[in-house]
Design a binder for this molecule. Structure first.
Ligand code: AR6
Length: 169
């Protein structure tokens, strides 16, 4: 049984087996969580991402998929990079957002990770409304079969923390 927990703060400081990065399909870095992870983890992460671009992911990582690399200097062992959908008012992209959580847990299982920290994927630069993003995140993790013992949602501010804790009740 997977325990779902919530923490407020910066995902890069979490002492877990794997942290999930809200990346973009280039895998070569960006702002938000992605920027913080590359800054904190150092050049090893970018080197691993470049190697992925040169091999399996020549065209980039598709939306809704996930792939793991080293976490470099971060306290975690691995970073699982996933690409959330950009919010659209005219098209329902919820399935792609759910897929990010599901595929990240699958990658965690392949690594043997038992503790995994997630940010609120797509709710920053990609514009997804926080309450809806939180509901999709919590529901998907609850419904996914995994060997992960703890899924920790690491929320950056009070609004995000409240949305996630309300989504579980
Ligand atoms: N720890 C935890 N949560 C954070 C942190 C942090 N250090 N920093 C921001 N957040 P975002 P997205 C929250 O924009 O919407 C990048 O440029 C933030 O408040 O990081 O999926 C990528 O390269 C928000 O609630 O990811 C992509 O181009 C949530 O994390 C694009 O942004 C996600 O915000 C991805 O956009």
């Amino acid at each position: 049984m997977t325990h779902i927990t919530f923490a407020k703060g910066d995902i890069t400081t979490q002492h877990v087996d794997a942290i999930v990065n809200a990346a973009n399909s280039s895998l070569l870095g960006g702002g938000g969580v992605d920027g913080a992870i590359h800054r904190g983890g150092g050049p090893q992460i970018l080197a691993a991402c470049r190697a992925l671009r040169a091999s399996r992911y020549g065209k980039g990582l598709p939306t809704g998929q996930a792939v793991a690399t080293t976490a470099g200097r971060l306290p975690a062992r691995w970073v699982i990079h996933t690409v959330g959908p950009v919010w659209s008012a005219s098209e329902d992209r919820s399935a792609a957002l759910a897929s990010c959580y599901r595929e990240s847990l699958r990658a965690a299982d392949e690594l043997g990770a038992r503790t995994v920290a997630f940010p609120a994927i797509s709710t920053g630069i990609y514009g997804w409304p926080m309450d809806d993003g939180a509901r999709i995140a919590v529901r998907t993790v609850r419904e996914t079969e995994t060997s992960v013992d703890e899924v920790r949602f690491v929320l950056f501010d009070d609004t995000a923390y409240r949305a996630f804790t309300e989504a579980i009740s």
